[in-house]
Design a binder for this molecule. Structure first.
Ligand SMILES: [Zn+2]
Length: 561
């Protein structure tokens, strides 16, 4: 088993007979999936997703992979293969194409339809190549073959990448539902054929590797969804991902069976469901779906609303309904169905929404009290099948937090793989395949890149820390007039405090600490106002913590008098 080494440096030049794999996201986290394959000077990208912020990342829209590994090498990129249309696999593409607009974007029909609609909002027209299972496509030195996989969005693909240095089979996200709504199962026959041919590196979805057994079928949710529709005394509000076509299909079927109308609410839900319907992935009985405004004329027992926000996203419809900040007022008699998974990290936000909705009198049905969700990812039993069918030479678990990657690696080893052939790595670690053997050879930058108020990379880790400090500890501004010659205060500084829950006068007691900091600076011949500001900030911070166990954000302003 390979372990990450913090001392790892930039990798050596890749030998001509080598294949390099660098995950810029998705390892050690759920989201922001992105892998870069390098061979003979060319680069192939597999997926480019976003990660959604958590509560400790205030003001962040989404988190992108760090593209600095690709800086100066954009012309070497031969394409980006998208395995499926989930945001954590395609959400970063608009930002990728800002770097180089003509990178070929490769994916299945539905995936390309979703990404193209998204790119249109960014006013980007991509160069797309549509592929389907069974297709082969040469992208530079990478010979790609696509394999059908089943997931919580239709039209998912795994990709086999053949190069002269060896082959990589990347599953994308997948599970092995044997009775999917669209009858399109994960193609184990292809997996077996590719295994027979020889898979040098198997990159496998780890999201559910800790879950024993098998992921149950999407169709198994039918009865629970039907129960909601049979028993709901008033309106039904269903919240799901805007991409979960099959889940929403089940909701539409139940609505039709119980003679209710359906309206889609929210921009992404309306957009994606129209795409899915136009392309035939979503079957909508005539007259079933109506405009949200038309629901006003119907009795509550005839109404179904389908919206986003099942992860507690603050701007999504459901969260705004829970806050009574939406034109649809959810209340007594309404039933809210949270028909999707709970992504780790979102528990508090979702719990707040459930509390908000129930406080207004709604009944909330969710995965904690009814069988209204199945996962989109293969559980341990399915993964073991894959290892045994494919018998890869080397394995690299992808997509998941460290515990998921580790659990997936253990499954591979349990099927008889030698631990040396199973490589568990974090984002940015460089894995080279040379002569059929994998080795960790270095590390590249793969930190978070924040999109905040639409701007990429303006908000740094330091500034995010400031935001957190501001929100939790408040702020104090210190305005100090300093004599340019003596370096001393010309009068007592002004303190302006916000969010501290205390009197600003408290800080008058910090003046001696400021005077001492200035005297120390003067004795070292330091008079630069910026440096003096840093020293005042440090002095006030230390004083506030020592004397009051407080840790406000200190904003120093030095004016030379
Ligand atoms: Zn997915």
């Amino acid at each position: 088993m390979s372990h990450p080494h913090p001392e790892l440096k930039a990798p050596p030049t890749l030998p001509r007979n080598g294949l390099r794999v660098v995950a810029l996201g998705g390892l050690g986290e759920v989201g922001r999936n992105m892998a870069v394959l390098e061979h003979r000077g060319k680069l192939l990208i597999i997926d480019c997703g976003v990660l959604f912020p958590e509560e400790h990342q205030p003001g962040v829209d989404v988190i992108l992979p760090d593209f600095s590994f690709l800086q100066g090498r954009w012309q070497d990129v031969v394409g980006v293969v998208l395995t499926h249309g989930h945001e954590d696999h395609i959400g970063g593409v608009p930002y990728l194409l800002r770097e180089r607009g003509d990178i070929p974007v490769v994916g299945s029909r539905l995936t390309l339809a979703f990404i193209s609609a998204k790119l249109k909002e960014h006013r980007i027209k991509p160069r797309t190549t549509q592929v389907a299972e069974g297709d082969r496509l040469n992208l530079g030195p990478f010979d790609c073959e696509f394999v059908a996989v089943n997931h919580s969005i239709p039209d998912g693909l795994a990709v086999m990448v053949r190069t002269s240095a060896g082959s990589v089979l990347h599953t994308g996200d997948f599970k092995m539902d044997q009775f999917p709504l669209d009858d399109r199962i994960t193609d184990l026959r292809a997996f077996a054929r590719l295994g027979e041919e020889g898979v040098d590196l198997f990159m496998v979805d780890s999201t559910n590797a800790e879950v024993p057994g098998f992921t149950t079928a999407e169709k198994d949710l039918g009865p629970a969804i039907d129960t909601v529709f049979r028993t709901a005394p008033g309106r039904i509000v269903v919240s799901s991902f805007a991409s979960h076509v099959h889940r929403i299909q089940q909701v539409l079927d139940a609505a039709a069976a119980h003679k209710r109308k359906v309206a889609f609410v929210g921009r992404s839900m309306v957009r994606n469901m129209k795409i899915a319907q136009d392309l035939g992935y979503l079957k909508v009985p005539r007259g079933l779906v109506v405009d949200a405004k038309a629901l006003d004329d119907l009795p509550p027992t005839k109404v179904t609303l389908v919206c986003t926000g099942s992860q507690g996203e603050p701007m999504a419809a459901l969260s705004r309904m829970a806050n009574r900040d939406h034109q649809i007022h959810v209340g007594e008699g309404d039933t809210v169905l949270l028909a999707s998974s709970l992504i780790p990290g979102n528990e508090n936000a979702v719990s707040r929404i459930i509390n908000g909705l129930t406080r207004w009198g709604a009944k909330v049905v969710h995965q904690g009290n009814a069988k209204v969700h199945v996962s989109g990812h293969a559980s341990a039993g399915e993964l073991v099948y894959c290892y045994n069918i494919i018998q890869p030479r080397n394995v690299m678990p992808v997509h998941g937090e460290w515990r998921h990657l580790r659990a997936n690696a253990d499954l591979a080893i349990a099927t008889g793989m030698h631990p040396d052939n199973v490589v568990v790595v974090d984002d940015g670690m460089v894995v080279d395949l040379v002569d059929g053997r994998v080795k960790v050879t270095g590390k590249v930058r793969a930190g978070y890149v924040y999109v905040s108020a639409g701007a990429v990379g303006d908000v740094t880790e330091d500034e995010l820390r400031d935001r957190l400090t501001l929100s939790q500890q408040g702020t104090v501004t210190v305005v100090a007039l300093v004599d340019a010659d003596s370096g001393k205060l010309t009068e007592p500084p002004d303190f302006l405090a916000r969010g501290l829950g205390t009197d600003e006068k408290m800080f008058d007691a910090a003046i001696p600490a400021i005077e001492k900091a200035l005297a120390d600076a003067a004795s070292q011949g330091i008079g630069d106002p910026h440096e003096l500001e840093q020293r005042i900030a440090r002095a006030v911070s230390q004083w506030a913590f020592r004397k009051h166990r407080r840790n406000p954000l200190v904003v120093p302003v030095v004016i030379e008098a």
